[in-house]
Design a protein around this ligand. Structure first.
Ligand code: TXA
Ligand code: MG
Length: 351
């Protein structure tokens, strides 16, 4: 594995060229985007794209996002209605991915055999330069082992995937820290499949309307046919995570049961714990630090981590979607819920 440090805003073309060579040769390149690091391969090379699934341990029925340098390249891959093209022109490059009907030229492995493809043009100079110099579109999921929090730093990629990657472009921490917004525009009314930095409010302002299914808020499992990847366990630390309406009450109660508790604090919600991780005092800061904190939790030697319930506005919708999934949808509303979870935990801890 070759790790190349680059300046995120002025990436050295020589280093990007080396990474682009690896893409062209059928290799795997981990690269930064404005959201999280991606694990990229030539989207038109079926064998190279298949390696992504193997290295990540990703189920074959979970399609990849195809990264393009702009609307022109998007049109070579997807069948894009005029109205959607106009929107793409306005919002790309940016952290929003569009699911559209695909053309016949992409290998089936990339889209997991679906008739649709997810297209994204990342707003990160390093990523854009890599796509340009590769001379192809780049299929790339987040560069983590399946089920783990997405990587927001090159170190996370190395931690999860190590030698399986040919080149890692290390541009430091990513800007947003949560994955791109995904909307499905194949069904008339746009459907939000995954909330992200491009907010639901912004989508509504553009399209006039957007359907937000319960799973996009992190309220339970997705309907498989609509969002194949959303059914899998996600973002989860190995340490059990529980969200609590009242962090102070939850921390005090769980500690009174003899459990060692890490508290994830965000905005004005915090409590005393055996360890305290501060995500930030501003919503975008919270998003940016979230995945690193979920990884850090496992190094603290605690029995349980608790996290806050935040307002689902702006980027807060994306943060709560990730937190709810990472917590296995467990939210303690009152002391009764806490008693129930503490008993479950005690059984697990004592076993
Ligand atoms: O910010 C991001 O989007 C990052 C960076 C690397 O670009 N990528 C990313 O990819 O998060 P990944 O594979 O971890 O998540 C992509 C999601 C998966 O849940 C997948 O099921 C869904 O997009 N997806 C891909 N193609 C789809 C399609 N044709 N229809 C519905 N969902 C699709
Ligand atoms: Mg992912």
């Amino acid at each position: 594995m070759l790790i190349l440090r680059v300046d995120p805003l002025r990436p050295d073309p020589e280093k990007i060229r080396a990474a682009a060579e690896a893409i062209r040769a059928g290799g795997l390149v981990a690269f930064p985007t404005e959201t999280v690091y991606g694990l990229g391969a030539d989207a038109f090379n079926g064998e190279a794209s298949a390696k992504i699934f193997k290295v990540k341990g990703r189920p074959a029925d979970n399609p990849l996002i195809v990264h393009v340098r702009g609307v022109d390249q998007a049109q070579e891959i997807g069948d894009i209605p005029a109205g959607v093209l106009e929107v793409m022109e306005r919002v790309w490059p940016g952290p929003i991915t569009f699911v559209v009907k695909k053309k016949a030229n992409l290998p089936d492995v990339v889209t997991a055999g679906l008739p649709t493809v997810a297209l994204r043009c990342p707003a990160h100079p390093t990523a854009l330069k890599l796509i340009e110099l590769s001379g192809t579109a780049i299929a790339a999921p987040s560069a983590n082992k399946a089920g783990r929090p997405s990587p927001t730093r090159a170190e996370h990629v190395v931690e999860d995937l190590g030698e399986a990657v040919d080149v890692v472009l290390d541009a430091g921490p990513t800007f947003f820290g949560v994955e791109s917004t995904i909307i499905d525009v194949t069904r008339g009314r746009p459907v939000l499949l995954r909330p992200g930095p491009f907010t639901a409010e912004e989508i509504k302002a553009i399209f006039g309307d957007v359907e937000i299914p319960a799973f996009a808020r992190g309220l339970g499992e997705a309907e498989v046919a609509l969002a194949p990847g959303m059914k899998y366990r996600h973002y989860a630390p190995d340490t059990p995570l529980l969200l609590a309406e009242d962090l102070g009450e939850a921390a005090a109660y769980l500690r009174s049961r003899g459990l060692r508790v890490a508290v994830l604090c965000a905005l004005d919600k915090c409590a005393d714990g055996d360890a305290v991780l501060r995500l930030g005092s501003e919503p975008y800061e919270v998003a940016k630090n979230l995945y690193d904190a979920l990884r850090t939790v496992d190094r603290l030697g605690v029995d349980v981590a608790i996290g806050p319930v935040l307002e689902e506005r702006g980027i807060g919708l994306a943060v709560m979607n990730r937190l709810r999934k990472a917590a296995g949808f467990r939210v303690a509303k009152d002391i009764k819920d806490l008693e129930k979870y503490a008993s479950e935990l005690a059984r697990r801890v004592l076993r």
